[in-house]
Design a protein around this ligand. Structure first.
Ligand SMILES: Cc1cc2nc3c(=O)[nH]c(=O)nc-3n(C[C@H](O)[C@H](O)[C@H](O)COP(=O)(O)OP(=O)(O)OC[C@H]3O[C@@H](n4cnc5c(N)ncnc54)[C@H](O)[C@@H]3O)c2cc1C
Length: 327
């Protein structure tokens, strides 16, 4: 029987564990549900995900549905679209929230087409009032766009960091299992090959100094490593453009298609603050940004804003710290 007024969160998992982004989306859904009177259900497409389902129901208090099939053991876009379409059409109508990751971005639009749903991607906030309105940043965070779904169903991809994964549940939600009899027609899962990229250590660093396009060229990487070298347990990261230009390896990229980090201190040098970069570092404890443009969006997310040309500022700053430590 179909139940309306539901917010369905589609979980993302790896090696049997639900990831942090799913917890953030669940917290976001619960907030949306509290302001609109809708119930939140976490759907876990997979095979043998009972333990993960129990854990998320206990942590969040949301009800959980294990959508099970041997064809869902490993993620495929075809499998997720088919199984979710079949399940949602039969049981749920309302809003479907999907983590805005490479996977989510891959299957969410196709799922929306199958459901005849609105599709709103890259959502980072919501406003209550006359119906549910979702917000998304545009032009590097300089504009906010607002969207109201115009269909009974809406598939929404939610940016990392849209909500903190914190819950005040009054007890665990229910966990139910539904088996799906989908067949994969066009896709064959061959396995996952890890990239040979060296471990840059950025996920465990206390301090990350990150380079953006503003460093100007590979010859200035020394300024970034020099600054990082002033701190214990530090590492060097970067924006995607820096990797695309071959100035640093992709293992150091921070952001939605790179690593997600939460060091105690994050120093962004010559980084504008695009949403895709912010998604990977906005959980940092204290953020310092060095940028010559006082209007740079990164400053809205920084605890200390240094409006300077980094070519002048960084060498002087590094020199000053070294002098103070020496004497
Ligand atoms: C699907 C998709 C996924 C993406 N994933 C990621 C991701 O995971 N991570 C990521 O980082 N990006 C990602 N991007 C790219 C992202 O949109 C931005 O293009 C990128 O983050 C910008 O990098 P940047 O800030 O280094 O460069 P820019 O946006 O070019 O900013 C450079 C900044 O440096 C400043 N500057 C210039 N010269 C100086 C100087 N001498 N001194 C001080 N400041 C200076 C400028 O004022 C400017 O603010 C993605 C984009 C897409 C479409």
């Amino acid at each position: 029987m179909k139940t309306g007024g539901i917010i369905a969160v589609v979980a993302e998992h790896e090696d049997g564990k639900i990831n942090r982004h799913t917890l953030e989306v669940t917290a976001f859904a619960l907030m949306a549900g509290a302001s609109s009177g809708m119930r939140t259900v976490v759907i876990i497409p997979g095979n043998g995900m009972t333990e993960a389902g129990r854990l998320i129901s206990e942590e969040s208090g949301a009800d959980v549905v294990l959508l099970e099939s041997p064809h869902l053991e490993n993620y495929t876009s075809e499998g997720y679209k088919a199984a979710l379409h079949e399940f949602l059409m039969e049981y749920v109508s309302g809003i479907v929230m999907v983590p805005h990751t490479q996977r989510g971005s891959e299957y969410a639009p196709g799922l929306a087409v199958r459901l005849g749903a609105a599709c709103i991607t890259g959502v980072n906030g919501m406003k209550s009032g006359n119906g549910m309105v979702f917000t998304r940043q545009a032009f590097n965070g300089k504009l906010e766009m607002q969207f109201r779904p115009a269909a009974d169903f809406a598939v929404i991809t939610v940016m990392p960091g849209a909500a903190k994964p914190e819950f005040c549940s009054s007890g665990p939600g229910s966990v139910a299992a539904v088996s799906s009899d989908i067949e994969l027609k066009a896709t064959r899962y061959l396995g996952v090959k890890k990239s040979g990229a060296e471990d840059s250590g950025i996920e465990n660093a206390d301090v990350i100094v990150s380079a953006g396009r503003g460093i100007g060229g590979v010859e200035n990487i020394g300024l970034i490593t020099g600054l990082a070298g002033l701190f214990d347990r530090s590492a060097v990261g970067c924006s995607r453009i820096v990797c695309d230009r071959g100035w640093m390896e992709y293992g150091r990229q921070i952001g939605i298609t790179g690593k997600t980090v939460s060091p105690k201190l994050y120093i962004a040098c010559g980084i504008s603050g695009a949403v895709q970069h912010l998604a990977g570092m906005s959980g940092s404890g204290f953020i310092v940004a060095v940028n010559r443009d006082p209007e740079a969006p990164i400053f809205k997310h920084s605890d200390v804003c240094v409006v300077e040309d980094l070519n002048g500022f960084l060498p002087e700053f590094i020199e000053e710290i070294r002098k103070r430590r020496a004497g």
